[in-house]
Design a binder for this molecule. Sequence first.
Ligand code: URA
Length: 442
Amino acid sequence: MRAVDLIRKKRDGGELEADEISFLIAGYNSGEIPDYQISAWAMAICFQGMTAEETAALTTAIVESGDQIDLSAIAGIKADKHSTGGVGDKTTLIVAPLVASLGLPVAKMSGRGLGHTGGTLDKLESIPGFRTVLDREAFVRQVNEIGIAVIGQSANLAPADKKLYALRDVTGTVESIPLIASSVMSKKLAAGSDAIMLDVKTGKGAFMKSLGEAEKLAQAMVSIGEQVGRRTAAIISDMNQPLGFAIGNSLEVKEAIETLKGKGPQDLTRLCVALAAHMLMLGGKFECFEEAEKTLMNQLLNGEALSKFKSFVKAQGGDDRIAERPELLPQAPFTMEVRSSSSGFIHAIDAELLGLSAMRLGAGRATKDDAIDYAVGVTLARKVGDEVQAGDVLAIMSLRERSSSAERVAEDIAGSFSIEQSVPNPGALLLSIVTSEGIARL
Ligand code: URA
């Protein structure tokens, strides 16, 4: 087999066989096939697309480039979830203990934040003492004992994806549904869970700007999962504003705890309960969504979800007193209010700009080696649909120090609010659900 013939075949709209795709990925991973040939192939995929079978074969080839986690020592169906790049998205901190509190084990590997998006590992590490590194035995034991563990991704999980993603980033080949779907799913499949719940964001702050595109991506990912025997479903949710009010690591942990007590923001609670309900259905714990939803709301109100969160934090070395005493989380020494310069209604809040603003305050990383400050961030005071008067507080910044750069960030935060005179019609948060049976608009 020769790479050049396979590039030509894809360029001319042909369908590649699984062994041809595997030849390209294995050759690229080992260094035998150079960057320039894989770049040309990725560009051909951008133009010609891939069939569902080719996309699944590509995902399998990427999974086979590295470690595959064996979770067979954990009894029953193991569940995982993944959100495609949100801002203020602390859903894992809520959904994982929620489903575990109803007997569905969650053995999860999470990532760190980069650029405008945050990462679950950073949020968890803002809890004093919390460890995100566990050896395999401790990880499996903890899931068997308390039904939940969340650790950092093993370095050798889907290594071909790391190389491919870096190449796509500099060759204009990120924006391709089969390439994105295989990249996301390769990491989920290698991490070993049987049931995979996806949260695909759409809107200004998301990869997929339109609902149609988000549905196509979700369908591609669900199809990969189903073809390799993993139960998979996706919710499409709106990202035309951040989720909840808090952006920044310890601020988000605090908001997640409020949500686990049934006192969280409405949008965050709604999305978490919907994701958890679908996860429980994939895991065979419920057949009816409404029934699962009702039970989950009760788990938030009766203290069971919070109690599971506390056992999880404690098992991983964290200080579980934060559940009752949030002041034990890292606290920023200063705050600064961001005020509106005009009156009207909030039509949108640019989640990407807010995520970048929180990053510039120190809550996130511009490059993967940057240190982060767990205490700092942004808390929204208003959301889409609210009416404001000039001078009203739109957001509060939590700062390490008052500085001129903080003043500039404040201007950007103010600029992320679109304020107009007309009364907005805020769209729905939950837009579609995609399963192996098809797409249902909500
Ligand atoms: N996230 C990924 O992991 N891969 C992509 O290709 C895009 C977003």
